[in-house]
Design a binder for this molecule. Structure first.
Ligand code: SF4
Length: 272
């Protein structure tokens, strides 16, 4: 038996770590975002700074001439200048400081760099759990060869070093996708905090693989039968953009905006 869902173009359920984590934290927030299609104001301000740094690092690795062993800091400056057009002078300065720190910590000590398998890439794979077929999709900042497998690199531009919740789900999900896409196992995931020049690395274990398949299977069944998207109040509410619609957090509820989707009885579109 293969379950088909109304709105998935290929009849599959699309899944990502972000959606999975949103649901796990709070089904009500999940419903607002993915069922009703409500936008949530970002708590983190303009994404321009992060986009500029990600863009510069992508160029640094993608456009480098790998006939030469190591880029110079000048190469970093050239790539950075391509992405500063919409930034304030403070942001340009902070971004350049972050890139210099990156260069000192992660580039200059190397004898040479190896061309990544991919830079700012999108990946997708299908798999089946509990007789439900999922479509998994995600994107990555950089994908490197590591040992006899792969390493994912995720750049962070936050002002504090705070690994995101649900990192285990991300490891498990990315592993599922990469195994199918590249036929190589994900060995580890590294978060690089650019402002602080700090790297946190997680090793992928068989347990991640097992856990994520189990969770997705359980969640699939639960989502199919969920009639009520229950609020799950917790520390995460502070950063929730849906508080004004949430019966658990607001005594004076604002009406759901006109034009919001009606929602569906069956839903499973999750994303990394
Ligand atoms: S405010 Fe809290 S309980 Fe309400 S939707 Fe947001 S995360 Fe869920």
């Amino acid at each position: 038996m293969k379950l088909a869902f109304q709105d998935a173009p290929d009849g599959l359920l699309s899944l990502s770590a972000t959606k999975l984590l949103t649901y796990k934290r709070c089904p009500q927030a999940y419903s607002f975002k993915y069922e009703r299609g409500l936008t949530s104001p970002s708590a983190f301000g303009s994404p321009k700074f992060g986009n500029a740094l990600h863009g510069a690092l992508a160029d640094i690795y993608r456009d480098w001439n790998y006939a030469y062993p190591l880029p110079s800091l000048d190469w970093f400056a050239i790539c950075w200048q391509q992405h500063t057009g919409e930034l304030s002078s403070t942001q340009i300065h902070e971004g350049w400081m972050a890139l210099q720190l990156y260069y000192e910590r992660y580039m200059a000590p190397l004898p040479q760099i190896r061309k990544p398998l991919g830079v700012e890439g999108k990946i997708k794979a299908n798999f089946q759990v509990n007789n439900i077929e999922f479509s998994l999709a995600g994107h990555y900042d950089r994908l490197d060869y590591f040992g006899d497998g792969l390493e994912l690199i995720d750049y962070k531009t936050s002002k504090i070093v705070k690994p995101s919740d649900g990192i285990d789900w991300q490891l498990g999900l990315y592993n599922l996708i990469l195994e199918q896409t590249y036929h190589q196992a994900l060995q580890r995931l590294s978060l690089i905090y650019l402002r602080q020049g700090q790297r946190i690395t997680y090793d992928v274990t068989p347990e991640h693989h097992r856990q994520v398949r189990e969770l997705i299977g359980d969640l699939a069944v639960k989502l199919r039968i969920d009639q009520e998207w229950e609020p799950e109040v917790g520390g995460h509410c502070v950063r929730c953009g849906y508080q004004k619609y949430c019966p658990a957090k607001s005594e004076k509820l604002e009406p759901i905006p006109e034009g919001a989707k009606e929602g569906r009885q069956m839903q499973l579109v999750l994303g990394l």
